[in-house]
Design a protein around this ligand. Structure first.
Ligand code: PAF
Length: 252
């Protein structure tokens, strides 16, 4: 496995699958790497904690980082190249991709999707992948990226991989390592509330009522392409967690 630190050193090749990440790998990342490995001749994983998508400075500072562990996991999963640049915003950077896609997550985190859309377009231009892989947990991010690719004619196929959960239902997230044992226990209220709303006549009201005291940023039904998703964000201590479940259709 090659570790590449600069854009100049990164080679492009046909048959490349890209998994964009911010590191702190867990089984959700492993699922993305495996999906990419199964469909592409060459798998590139980008590892860059993108400051532009953090709307709270404390969250950026506290974001978990463990590159040595990440590289070992990527290597074990058969990744060909890890692109881990120190910086991707040249001095005087002044051009942003601003998405008008609306939704609860966009409203709740102003500027977040501008950072995500900009870095993803940069990564697509740098890596030139045929396919790029994202997790269903970030369903609203997927909606923004799909629209970006369509609107700006980017020749990349966006693939969505189902959310990976711990045995008790908690959706895997790099931020979970920040939860104390007591907070992790409370965080379970999120997946349980979404689960409880499956099949309910009013899923939003049912999920809200089942949140077991967790304070929601939002609980909302979102239409993502053909799919209908119940999505929620909550705060557990200083950690913000998101999750969603499919109510109808398929996220493609
Ligand atoms: O989902 C993430 O980890 C990030 O938003 C992404 C897609 C790597 C962009 O920085």
């Amino acid at each position: 496995m090659k570790v590449v630190r600069t854009i100049d050193e990164l080679e492009t090749a046909p048959g490349t699958g890209l998994v964009p990440t911010m590191g702190a790998f867990h089984d959700g990342h492993r699922a993305l790497f495996r999906a990419a490995r199964a469909e592409n001749e060459r798998v590139v994983v980008s590892l860059f904690v993108n400051p532009a998508q953090f709307d709270e400075p404390g969250d950026l500072e506290a974001y978990p980082r463990d590159e040595a562990r990440d590289l070992a996991i990527a290597e074990a999963e058969g990744v060909d190249v890890v692109f881990a640049p120190a910086e991707l915003y040249p001095k005087g950077f002044a051009t942003w991709v601003v998405s008008d896609v609306t939704g609860a997550e966009a409203d709740s985190r102003p500027g977040h999707f501008r950072g995500v859309a900009t870095i993803c377009l940069k990564l697509f231009n740098i890596v030139r992948p045929e396919r790029a892989y994202f997790g269903q947990k970030d369903a609203q991010q997927v909606a923004v990226i799909r629209r970006l690719v369509r609107d700006l004619d980017v020749a990349v196929e966006i693939r969505v991989v189902p959310t990976v959960r711990d045995a008790d239902g908690l959706a895997l997230s790099s931020r979970n390592v920040r939860l104390s044992p007591e907070e992790r226990d409370r965080a379970l209220g999120l997946s349980r509330a979404l689960e409880a709303a499956l099949g309910a006549p009013d899923p939003v009201a049912t999920a809200r009522a089942a949140l077991n005291g967790l304070e929601p940023d939002y609980v909302e039904v979102l239409h993502l392409g053909d799919a209908m998703v119940l999505a929620a964000a909550v705060r557990v201590g200083s950690t913000r967690l998101i999750d969603n479940i499919l109510l109808e259709g398929e996220i493609r």
